[in-house]
Design a protein around this ligand. Structure first.
Ligand SMILES: [Zn+2]
Length: 395
């Protein structure tokens, strides 16, 4: 398994190695003098660190920089195939697994559906991950870890899935432990909304450059996440910014979490599908017609269903904007958002703006659709492994 800061007990050197590597991986190519100048290190220090990483094939020389007079400096870049990571997204019953290189190029992807009769769900996840690995021709020793995106309540520090309700019932499943014993790579787990947000933030073009950002996504639940100063804020257990289980009606229907009237009760893919089914059975919507398409064509029943969902999303967004005072919001590129498109976004925007604190005085909120249409959760889980692997070493 590739470990980046091995082979030195010198704390200062380890930190310098981290700074150099972190600087290079966040740009495309850089010369040693540029790195030295940026990090306020001496040129020979940077050259030595770069040489060590080149010898270990973590970095590559990438030609010579334009001369500023004197000897031309060598350019260096990250060797994207120095390491690989695995991301697994469990959106019941769908399982998506990806294997990517360090620049998030997808080398292999697999999708599976959890069989209804699967008696051991976590082992089925293990099996899918093994199949992904068995079908790639890479040096397994270069795998840096596995990231697993999970719904429900998690404890990310301990790697435990505390609760998943419906349709499977998990209580205190040691996902990290089970995967680590099976694969012998480091394993991180994260909340699915956080994973999708991370995928969108790092790979989506609509959230590029945003330091503070709110992310929401409609899936089997209503997920959300928050970036503060460019970093995903996870909180103590990995659930920060989760607005789906805020009560909006304490006498409302029971939620999967056991409370009543959470936003998520009114706003998730399952409830949307159920409303569409009811409308189809009353012949208000044609069988097999997409509810968003029907709404766009002027079907008032379809529009009502879409509006209800979008408005609850708007309420959730306004609450998050007021809590964090962050004006940039990205709505996850999930299937619903893609199918809903601009019409759905307009409904969400209108409601969110109405519900904001001093809304009439404030036009600064910017809500946009994300553009990672699928696999955001698996990619985000893989990104988390890279972030953890390149993390500042503890010295
Ligand atoms: Zn709830």
């Amino acid at each position: 398994m590739l470990k980046l800061y091995e082979g030195t007990y010198d704390a200062q050197k380890k930190l310098n190695q981290f700074e150099v590597l972190d600087t290079i991986r966040k740009t495309d190519v850089m010369s040693c003098p540029e790195i030295a100048e940026k990090l306020k290190l001496s040129n020979p220090t940077v050259i030595n660190i770069v040489k060590e990483f080149v010898d270990r094939k973590v970095l590559l020389y990438a030609g010579e920089a334009q001369s500023r007079g004197g000897r031309r400096a060598q350019l260096v870049k990250l060797n994207e195939s120095a390491g690989y990571v695995i991301g697994v997204d469990f959106e019941i019953p769908h399982i998506t697994a990806v294997l990517t290189d360090l620049k998030m190029n997808v080398i292999k992807k697999s999708k599976a559906i959890l069989p209804k009769n699967a008696d051991d769900t976590v082992n089925y996840l293990v099996k899918c991950t093994k199949e992904l690995l068995n079908n790639v021709k890479i040096n397994k020793e270069n795998i840096m870890g596995i990231g697993i995106s999970l719904p429900g309540l998690i404890d990310r520090q301990r790697g435990i899935s505390i609760i998943i309700d419906r349709p499977i019932k998990w209580r205190n499943v040691d996902v990290k432990g089970i995967f680590e014993r099976e694969f012998h790579f480091p394993v991180v787990i994260l909340n699915d909304a956080n994973a999708m947000a991370l995928g969108e933030k790092m790979l989506g073009s609509h959230s590029k450059g945003l330091k503070d950002m709110i992310y929401v996504a409609l899936r089997s639940g209503f997920g959300s996440a928050v970036f503060l100063d460019g970093t995903l804020y996870q909180g103590q257990r990995g659930l920060a910014g989760n607005i789906g289980h805020v009560t909006v009606n304490n006498t409302g229907p029971e939620c999967s979490c056991g409370n009543h009237g959470c936003i998520e009760v009114y706003c998730n893919e399952r409830i949307l599908e159920k409303k569409v089914k009811d409308a189809v059975s009353k012949k208000n919507i044609k069988d097999n017609e997409d509810v968003f398409e029907a709404a766009r064509k002027g079907n008032l029943h379809a529009l009502e269903i879409v509006r209800e969902t979008g408005e609850y999303m708007g309420i959730g967004i306004a609450t998050l904007v007021d809590l964090f005072d962050i004006r940039d919001v990205v709505v996850g590129g999930t299937e619903v958002s893609v199918r809903g498109g601009q019409m759905f976004l307009d409904i969400i925007r209108e409601k969110a703006k109405k519900c904001l604190f001093f809304s009439s005085e404030d036009s600064s909120i910017d809500i946009r659709l994300g553009d990672i249409e699928e696999d955001a959760g698996a990619l985000g889980a893989a990104i988390m492994v890279i972030e953890e692997s390149f993390r500042k070493p503890e010295v």
